[in-house]
Design a protein around this ligand. Structure first.
Ligand SMILES: Nc1nc2c(c(=O)[nH]1)N[C@H]1C(S)=C(S)[C@@H](COP(=O)(O)OP(=O)(O)OC[C@H]3O[C@@H](n4cnc5c(=O)[nH]c(N)nc54)[C@H](O)[C@@H]3O)O[C@H]1N2
Ligand SMILES: Nc1nc2c(c(=O)[nH]1)N[C@H]1C(S)=C(S)[C@@H](COP(=O)(O)OP(=O)(O)OC[C@H]3O[C@@H](n4cnc5c(=O)[nH]c(N)nc54)[C@H](O)[C@@H]3O)O[C@H]1N2
Ligand SMILES: [Mo]
Length: 757
């Protein structure tokens, strides 16, 4: 039997204390410095931190929350940004000696946290067919291997080209050009598992698949909703924006099954009071909604707004489409159904609606994975858009929709064409610029790519960043799919489990990180990224590269494209990659909104991309802002079972595990745990800390993950939470969201049993 692809089960020393009621403050500052100095050293670490998110410095590789437009403080970063930089800026490297000392099987038995601690990948490595160890390989040989395998395919559609959201605009643009010139649109990406549902919903409702607010809007908002999001851990810099807005009188309403510390209070790390632990209360209302109860909740809010007479008839008359159908649906929906599905009482819903109906109804709604990773995610997000349309709360100051993006350039990668179904407008422009035909048939998204590899229809898997084998659902199935490939190839900065789940042959191509100097033949090169609010900014690495063998992602793509396709049409791969200004000229010619790209990207603070919905221009199928009228539903499980959501601890960035603590939730030294409602635990007859096995149930069968410690936690009855990626083995590959096809990582039906001793 092949070794297991799941993270190993290790003995842990769990300690549980009371969850915190506020986030950041001195503990976050101490933790940041500890991480950075211990991994990167004092000199390299301080240099990195002083250049992080500064004009002329580099963009934080952690989340996509924007930097302030105006003046920036010396420390424009957060604890988790510091951890991301520490992990990338590590002085330790791993190359031929390391891989000679550790077989694949040995490395598979190590934890993800151990993998991250080993250091930066230092040279290209090849795993030959049947080999037990990776061996060094030259760059030329590596490119020749990939080219050989790609050219041997019967069709370009037999290859999958994955992207994670750290690639710069320049690398992403060149990469999709290469993939399309090769002849396929098989461009699955991390966004398929992330905000795809938001993009699909917003495009259908308001005509743009991105958010419609900027940071300034937060300071004018009267009400801010934060739904299905844990900003204290995942977007810590958002807390200072929220605190400032609350200080100016905005009401913050949190909607989350768990009481997250970052939503209840904030201690500013750059102010003395904050460092001393004086915190500002944030959310004035906290609705502990049932998992997947948000659709019902927002329908209830809409019903209450209509009853209050808070509807902006003038806005709807001018801009809205299909309001009448929606309004009759609201009348038909009973309060009983709304209360049952959301588990929030009617009077609380009405109170929230009256808060939103105050003043000029300047409402912002923010959300993240708590909404996007459910079967009805698109319908839920469209219901939020409905509420905004009722209030006319889109396209005016202080009001709008705000999906909070994950990876630092995931939004930019999409703008650059990393999508399996880019619109013809984009493909036409690309074809014109490149002087070659571009395939039009849609490619595979992430789940379709896994299925195609599992059926052996796709035979080569190539990844620009990420950790596909651990980020995707159904770990065992996905591992089988990858192992069936002829070649798997990862462009990466750090060792991860995907490198250890090889096809017949496997390659690791090590690249520069964003913090490092990207020296080209004509001098240091700068790249650019787009944040969650559509601002495009430059990023210039400042640290010396971890190893002299490293290439930039852009050079890797260019050299690979040269080996696979050669110069073709107007494309001269190496020439384009030598000087990123040339690439930016191409981007400008293909993607709207990038005029004078080279000039504007060099301005401190960068530039905003156009956003038609913000101007109340609706690029939808009807040319109006569309109300949606989906039937109300929520995820239901059989009696005795639980709804499991998978989430992030405070010490991880997706599949990169920095440490074993989840400080704000009061957890230390453990990751293999499952949070449960205390009454449910008692009913199961399971004591806190006891070991349980989790079995997920879906129409295609059962999946089991063993030995999680059960933890009592303040959360709705019959819900459960466990960390990603340990729980991914339970997510069925066949259970995906309607329309967006996002794996439903937040609604998994499970049963819980005591583990055998
Ligand atoms: N430090 C750090 N920063 C990160 C990341 C990281 O791993 N570490 N990841 C980055 C990425 S790629 C992303 S996409 C973002 C993710 O940012 P988040 O979306 O904040 O991440 P999750 O941990 O998945 O948190 C989901 C939240 O939704 C809640 N939730 C779950 N189900 C429901 C539901 O049905 N309804 C409601 N209302 N709430 C629900 C959970 O309790 C939890 O608070 O963060 C980005 N930033
Ligand atoms: N169960 C469950 N599954 C989930 C989620 C969930 O909430 N629950 N969340 C989903 C979400 S929102 C996302 S975005 C995906 C994330 O999926 P991915 O983006 O695939 O995963 P990451 O863990 O972010 O990728 C980490 C790896 O990227 C590489 N890397 C880091 N920096 C760079 C760089 O600059 N260049 C290159 N080339 N490589 C780099 C490193 O080798 C590192 O090991 O996971 C999804 N999976
Ligand atoms: Mo994400």
């Amino acid at each position: 039997m092949k070794p297991n692809a799941r993270p190993p089960i290790e003995t842990e020393d769990l300690h549980q204390s009371d969850p915190k009621t506020w986030a950041v403050g001195a503990p976050a500052v101490v933790s940041s410095l500890q991480q950075v100095f211990s991994k990167a050293g004092v000199f390299r670490g301080s240099k990195a931190l002083l250049k992080l998110n500064q004009a002329g410095g580099f963009d934080c590789p952690s989340c996509a929350w924007p930097d302030p437009d105006g003046e920036r403080s010396v420390a424009e970063f957060c604890e988790n940004g510091a951890k991301a930089v520490a992990s990338e800026a590590m002085k330790r490297t791993i190359g031929r000696e390391f891989f000679a000392a550790h077989s694949i099987e040995d490395l598979l038995s190590r934890s993800d946290a151990w993998h991250d601690l080993q250091g930066r990948l230092a040279e290209p490595m090849l795993l030959k067919e049947g080999a037990t160890h990776y061996e060094p390989v030259s760059w030329d040989e590596a490119f020749a291997i990939v080219a050989g395998e790609l050219k041997a395919l019967a069709s370009p559609d037999e290859a999958e080209f994955y992207t994670s959201g750290r690639a710069s605009n320049e690398a992403a643009f060149l990469y999709q050009l290469f993939v399309r010139a090769f002849g396929t649109n098989n461009l699955p990406d991390c966004s398929n598992m992330c905000h795809e549902s938001s993009g699909a919903a917003l495009k259908a409702s308001v005509g743009v698949g991105k958010g419609t607010v900027t940071l300034d809007d937060f300071l004018e908002a009267e009400t801010i909703l934060c739904v299905g999001q844990n900003p204290g851990t995942n977007h810590p810099r958002m807390l200072s924006t929220l605190a400032e807005a609350v200080g100016k009188g905005a009401k913050l309403i949190a909607i989350n099954p768990l009481k997250e510390a970052g939503l209840t209070g904030f201690a500013h790390p750059q102010q003395l009071g904050g460092l001393l632990g004086f915190s500002t209360p944030l959310a004035s209302t906290y609705l502990q909604v049932r998992v997947n109860g948000d659709f019902a909740l927002f329908r209830g809010i809409a019903k209450a707004l209509v009853a209050l007479g808070a509807v902006d008839e003038a806005f709807i008359g001018e801009h809205g489409n299909d309001y009448e159908t929606y309004r009759s649906l609201l009348e038909e929906t009973t309060w009983q159904e709304i209360e049952e599905r959301s588990s929030i009482p009617r009077d609380q819903i009405e109170e929230v609606a009256s808060t939103m109906a105050r003043g000029e109804r300047r409402l912002i709604t923010c959300w993240a994975m708590g909404l996007t990773q459910h079967r009805n995610a698109v319908a839920t997000i469209r219901e939020i858009a409905n509420v905004h349309l009722l209030l006319g709360a889109v396209g005016r100051p202080g009001a709008g929709l705000c999906p909070v993006r994950g990876h630092s350039n995931v939004q930019g990668d999409r703008t650059m064409g990393i999508w399996e179904k880019m619109p013809d407008r984009f493909l036409d422009a690309l074809s014109r610029q490149a002087g070659i035909p571009i395939p039009r048939h849609h490619g595979h998204d992430t789940v379709a790519a896994i299925q195609a590899m599992h059926r052996s229809e796709s035979k080569v898997f190539f990844a620009l960043g990420g950790n596909f084998a651990q980020a995707t659902p159904d770990t065992d199935f996905t591992a089988e799919a990858l192992r069936k490939c002829r070649l798997t190839c990862h462009v990466s900065t750090k060792l991860n489990r995907s490198h250890l789940i090889p096809g017949r042959r496997a390659l690791i191509l090590p690249c520069l990180g964003r913090s490092e100097v990207d020296a080209g033949p004509l001098g240091p090169r700068l790249v650019s990224c787009e944040n969650s609010m559509g601002v495009v900014q430059s990023s210039e690495g400042k640290l010396s590269p971890a190893s002299h063998h490293l290439l930039s992602e852009t050079d890797i793509v260019a050299r690979l494209a040269e080996a696979v396709i050669g110069n073709i049409g107007h494309i001269r791969w190496r020439w384009l990659a030598e000087d990123y200004d040339r690439l930016r000229e191409w981007i400008q010619a293909v993607v709207p909104g990038f005029d004078h790209y080279n000039e504007r990207v060099r301005k401190p603070g960068g530039f905003y991309l156009p956003n038609p919905a913000k101007q109340r221009r609706w690029e939808t199928d009807t040319g109006k802002a569309n109300f949606s009228s989906a039937p109300l539903e929520s995820f239901q499980v059989s009696p005795g079972r639980f709804v499991l959501q998978t989430l992030r601890s405070h010490d991880q960035f997706n599949t990169t595990i920095y440490g074993m603590d989840d400080r704000y939730r009061g957890i230390s030294h453990a990751r293999r745990i499952v949070f449960l409602n205390p009454c449910d635990l008692a009913e199961l007859g399971i004591k806190p800390g006891e070991m349980v096995d989790l079995t997920s149930h879906w129409s295609d069968g059962e999946r089991k993950a063993e030995r999680f410690q059960a933890i009592p936690y303040d959360m709705p009855s019959r819900s459960a939470a466990a960390y990603f990626p340990e729980a991914n083995a339970l997510v069925p590959i066949t259970h995906i969201a309607d329309i967006s096809h996002t794996p439903v990582s937040k609604s998994i039906e499970i049963s819980i049993t005591r583990s055998a001793d």
